[in-house]
Structures are given as structure tokens and as C-alpha cells.
Design a protein around this ligand. Structure first.
Ligand SMILES: NC(=O)c1ccc[n+]([C@@H]2O[C@H](COP(=O)([O-])OP(=O)(O)OC[C@H]3O[C@@H](n4cnc5c(N)ncnc54)[C@H](OP(=O)(O)O)[C@@H]3O)[C@@H](O)[C@H]2O)c1
Length: 256
């Protein structure tokens, strides 16, 4: 299927590894010009090499000045048609013990600075009457994941923001959606599994086996399986999908 996005320009956050990297690779394969961002652009260049159509930039989502510099660089290039909001995930921890400072710091990096970035690139999308804003959240917004309080809480706010924005810009050709990974095999998930093994005095293999056992698909997903959904949402064909939350979780969330 021709997704009709060749020649569009995308900004992909958190693109040095994992889900963001897979999305950036998927968009490049469709002929999209990709601005890929992480805290250290060198880590993007390590996987991308001299990939045609890719520009790697450094920006830290926890630092407003750095986000402002990124916005200026992106607007200097004429803005973007596609924005993939993705951030690093917070450390595991309980709601009962999470500190106020942690909530504020993570809200900046995972929510406020992405909202700000989106607001700055939206006018270009609206004036061109075509835009795609896709934000990576988590299945934890539908079914909170134990011991991931910061993620569950902050991402619920991100979903509320995305849904509100979707209605504001739907008539102008801009779609706004959330994609929710379940358990996708990335470095972060490997780190979370290692932390769970340590916490429960178990092994990583046992933790992974127990996690996979409650997923109807019987396994973790791959970053490429996740990225395929995001890339489809950027397509011309997905023009009537907006204000939605889409799960890529192998059936893990049981509610309807
Ligand atoms: N994988 C899953 O199954 C899953 C499930 C639910 C939710 N999620 C969420 O989806 C997001 C991506 O997941 P992932 O598994 O791909 O995570 P990951 O492997 O940890 O990748 C995170 C990406 O974000 C970048 N990043 C981290 N902190 C940043 C910051 N302050 N500013 C700019 N970039 C930053 C990292 O690059 P640098 O370190 O180079 O900056 C990296 O490219 C995370 O928020 C995660 O919590 C993932």
C-alpha cells in the first residue's frame, strides 16, 4: 500500500533506540524526511549512519531551553508535517512513595515539554491543512501497571491533552492520536524486567516468562510491530482516524 507520505517531513522524539528508533526507520522506509531526536544525536547516528533523509539532532526533554532550541531548529527547516511525541519512561516506583519533585520533573519531560513542542509546530500543519500528531503513551493508561505510578499518572494527563487537541484541529486536516504499547521488547523493557527480577529475588527469564504468559499473543511485541501502527496513522489513508487511542499489546488489555 502506498501510504502517500513520501516527501513529508517528520520529527520523531526519543529516536535513538526502542520504539522511537523503529518509528523513525519505518518513516524513512516510506520516503519521509525524518528529524530524529534524542539527548545525544551521536546515538542516532550510530544506527542511522548516513541514512538519506535523516537529520539527527540533540535535545533534552527535561530541559526547556534545550526544547526551545530544538523548536527553533525545526521551524528554521520549515516545520514538520508529522510529529511523533515520545519520551523516556520514568523509573519504576509506587504511588504511595513517589515524591512531589519526581512528579514535577517527569511531568515536564513526559508531558509539558511535549505539549509545548506540539503547540509550536501545529500552526504550520494547520496552515498546510495536513498534519499528524502521534503520542506514544502506554497500556498503563487503560489498566495501570503496578509499580509504574509516575508513568500511569502522567500518561493519563497526556491522553486527556491529546483528546482535547484532536477536536480542536480535526477540521483542519490535522489528526491527533495516542498509541499505547503493551510489552514491546526494547532496552527499557529489558531494564524493567531486570529491576523486577531483583526486586522479587527472581531471574529475568522467570519475569519475562510470567509477563508473556498473561499476554494472549504469548510473547512480547517487536519494535517493528509497534512502529507499523504509528506509520499507518501518519498515512493519508488514516485521515479520518483522530482522537483515538490504539493499543499495540498482543491483546494484553482485557477490557472492551
Ligand atoms: N517498550 C514498551 O513496551 C513500552 C510500554 C509502555 C510504555 N512505553 C513507553 O514508551 C516510551 C518509549 O519506550 P522505549 O521502550 O522505546 O524506551 P527506551 O528504550 O528507554 O527509549 C527511550 C528513548 O527516549 C530518549 N530519551 C530519554 N530521555 C530523554 C530526554 N530527557 N530527552 C529526550 N530524549 C530522551 C532515549 O534516548 P537518549 O537516552 O539518547 O536521550 C531513547 O531514544 C517510553 O516512555 C516508555 O516508558 C514503552
Amino acid at each position: 500500500m502506498d501510504l502517500k507520505i513520501a516527501g513529508k517531513r517528520a520529527l520523531v522524539m526519543g529516536a535513538s533506540r526502542g520504539l522511537g528508533r523503529a518509528v523513525a526507520e519505518g518513516l524513512l522506509a516510506e520516503g519521509v524526511e525524518v528529524i530524529a531526536v534524542s539527548r545525544n544525536a551521536k546515538t542516532i547516528q550510530e544506527w542511522a549512519g548516513e541514512a538519506p533523509g535523516l537529520t539527527a539532532l540533540s535535545a533534552d526533554l527535561s530541559d526547556l531551553a534545550s526544547v526551545e532550541a530544538l523548536i527553533a531548529a525545526v521551524l528554521d527547516r520549515g516545520g514538520v508535517d508529522i510529529l511523533v511525541n515520545n519520551s523516556g519512561g520514568p523509573a519504576p516506583g509506587a504511588a504511595a512513595t513517589a515524591r512531589r519533585g519526581e512528579w514535577l520533573a517527569q511531568f515536564e519531560a513526559m508531558a509539558a515539554n511535549l505539549f509545548h513542542l506540539t503547540a509550536q509546530v501545529l500552526p504550520g500543519m494547520r496552515s498546510r491543512k495536513w498534519g499528524r500528531v502521534i503520542t506514544i503513551a502506554s497500556s498503563g493508561v487503560e489498566q495501570p501497571i503496578p509499580n509504574l505510578a509516575l508513568s500511569n499518572g502522567i500518561r493519563a494527563a497526556v491522553v486527556g491533552w491529546s483528546k482535547t487537541l484532536a477536536a480542536e484541529v480535526a477540521a483542519e486536516g490535522v489528526t491527533v492520536n495516542i498509541v499505547m504499547p503493551g510489552r514491546i521488547q526494547t532496552t527499557r523493557v529489558a531494564e524493567l524486567d531486570a529491576a523486577a527480577a531483583k526486586r522479587t529475588d527472581s531471574t529475568v527469564e522467570a519475569v519475562q516468562k510470567a509477563s508473556a504468559a498473561v499476554i494472549p499473543a504469548g510473547r512480547y511485541g517487536s519494535p517493528e510491530e509497534f512502529a507499523a501502527m504509528v506509520v499507518f496513522l501518519t498515512s493519508d489513508q488514516a485521515s479520518y482516524v483522530t482522537g483515538s487511542r490504539l493499543r499495540v499489546d498482543g491483546g494484553a488489555i482485557r477490557s472492551i
